[in-house]
Design a protein around this ligand. Structure first.
Ligand SMILES: Cc1cc2nc3c(=O)[nH]c(=O)nc-3n(C[C@H](O)[C@H](O)[C@H](O)COP(=O)(O)OP(=O)(O)OC[C@H]3O[C@@H](n4cnc5c(N)ncnc54)[C@H](O)[C@@H]3O)c2cc1C
Length: 441
């Protein structure tokens, strides 16, 4: 049995590696010159720039996979020096409370919000509808301040999205289920963690990691273990008896099973004939543009110490949705006397900012870093990478797409992409593990 995997990002490569471990014969078809998809590391003059994900929140099962690839020695854990998350409020970065230990002493939230958080456990109100937005859901359980100054910046940081347009059931299913089953998010979280402990499930403590030479080490490790056909773009899939005929821009290949891991808009193109209505829905799935702007400063020019990163709520009317202070998390990202800051321009709420010229974008980022972080000197270097379609939005429409995928399922054709089952890299790995576990020879 031969399996064709479309797409050589983390989903496709992990699936191929796990299939190979299980003894399956498979090949990855990748349209680009290199594999990795969203994971792209650029190394220029000893600085390491991530154009996609910057760090990954990994559990023991992910670390086990990395160990099987033989690249554990290359792992780099995020510096523990600063776990604080900063949120811009009235033009200045302020620390969010990081847990119960500083919940009362921290003055970020008003007393009325603190009261809402403390009493959520007991608060009754009408249950969520299937398509309730994330913003309405959190507003119903808490209040405007928590939505605008905690939810909004985090959602734009994770999804490049707008909490008013994401469906809670699709984007944060655990929150939706917690309220549905227990009547409260906090009660649901406590109960499910108790249940897991009783079941003896291993505690899945997450830690932030990258690799010494950046995240592309992960991609190189996987690619070296599996067969990947680069520069091979799939343009059509046909059913041919019990098999699938995959037509690429080079040749035609036959497979017994096909696993699709490509992005929504590219998948839409090659399943047009096989699954026309799914193709239309994938085409309509919005993935906003996003520019990643790397700015390098001389350490001596930076007056204040910085930490993990800062997020900007929409109410603050900023140009960027925030920045990650990359060389504070992984010091080898820039020279010992430098600071590398990675800023995010675009996403659903600020898509129009990506239409400016590269020079205008760089200049706006520079001005904003000066205003919010007191980076008043000129950066020694700036670099931009633009994603035309960065992250698929888990809006109410995606729930219908998932239902229709089940109703129209074609035996031996599987979809394992970041528009289904979670957008984070760890989600993609977990979904690949689940899929491969379900396949028998
Ligand atoms: C800017 C940015 C920042 C992010 N930050 C984080 C983060 O910090 N942490 C985190 O966990 N996640 C983050 N993510 C999300 C995460 O990186 C992605 O969701 C994940 O990497 C997707 O992997 P994938 O393999 O499913 O898809 P992709 O990476 O999109 O890979 C799909 C592959 O399919 C190929 N392909 C497409 N069409 C065809 C075709 N017709 N034929 C053959 N091949 C094709 C593409 O070239 C691509 O290589 C970020 C994403 C972006 C864009």
């Amino acid at each position: 049995m031969r399996i064709g995997i479309i797409g050589g990002g983390i989903s496709g490569l992990t699936t191929a590696f796990l299939l190979k471990e299980k003894g399956f014969d498979c090949v990855v078809l990748e349209a680009a010159q290199t594999s990795g998809g969203c994971i792209q590391t650029d190394t220029i003059e000893n600085r390491i720039y991530e154009n996609g994900p910057n760090s990954l929140l990994l559990t023991e099962s992910h670390l086990d996979l990395i160990n099987r690839l033989g690249i554990t020695n290359e792992l780099l854990e995020a510096e523990g020096v600063n776990k604080d998350r900063f949120i811009l409020r009235n033009g200045k970065y302020r620390i969010l409370p990081s847990g119960p230990q500083n919940f009362f002493s921290n003055s970020f939230f008003s007393w009325s919000s603190k009261f809402k958080i403390m009493t959520e456990f007991w608060r009754k109100n009408k249950p969520s509808s299937e398509i309730e937005s994330l913003y309405d859901f959190i507003n119903r359980r808490f209040n405007d301040e928590i939505c605008d100054y905690a939810l909004d910046p985090f959602v734009s940081g994770i999804y490049a999205g707008d909490a008013k347009k994401l469906a809670v059931k699709a984007a944060f299913p655990a929150l939706y289920e917690a309220e549905k089953e227990y009547g409260s998010i906090i009660k649901g979280m406590i109960k499910s963690s108790k249940k897991n402990k009783e079941k003896g499930a291993p505690t899945q403590r997450k830690k932030a990691f990258s690799f010494k030479k950046g995240l592309s080490t992960f991609i190189d490790g996987l690619s070296s273990k599996v067969e990947v056909k680069l520069n091979t773009k799939v343009v059509d899939i046909k059913k041919e008896g019990d098999q699938f005929k995959i037509i690429t821009d080079k040749d035609t290949l036959l497979f017994d099973k096909v696993i699709v891991t490509s992005s929504a808009h590219t998948t839409a193109q090659f399943i047009k004939n096989l699954l026309p209505s799914i193709s239309k829905q994938l085409n309509n799935l919005y993935a906003p543009p996003m520019c990643i702007v790397h700015s390098v400063y001389k350490k001596d020019d930076i007056e204040r110490p910085i930490g993990f990163g800062g997020l900007n709520p929409l109410l603050e009317k900023t140009f960027t949705s925030g920045s990650i202070w990359s060389s504070c998390i992984f010091p080898n990202r820039a020279g010992a006397d430098e600071v590398l800051v990675t800023s995010f321009v675009g996403g659903v709420q600020r898509a129009k900012n990506t239409l400016l010229s590269e020079d205008e974008i760089k200049s706006n980022v520079k001005l904003e870093l000066a205003k919010t972080l007191d980076f008043n000197e000129e950066p020694v270097f700036q670099k931009i990478y633009k994603w035309e379609k960065a992250i698929p939005q888990y809006s109410a429409e995606i729930l219908k797409l998932w239902d229709d995928l089940e109703t129209n399922a074609i035996p031996n054709l599987y979809f394992n992409a970041n528009w289904k089952g979670g957008i984070s890299v760890p989600n993609c790995i977990d979904n690949s593990i689940k899929l491969v576990d379900s396949l028998d020879k």
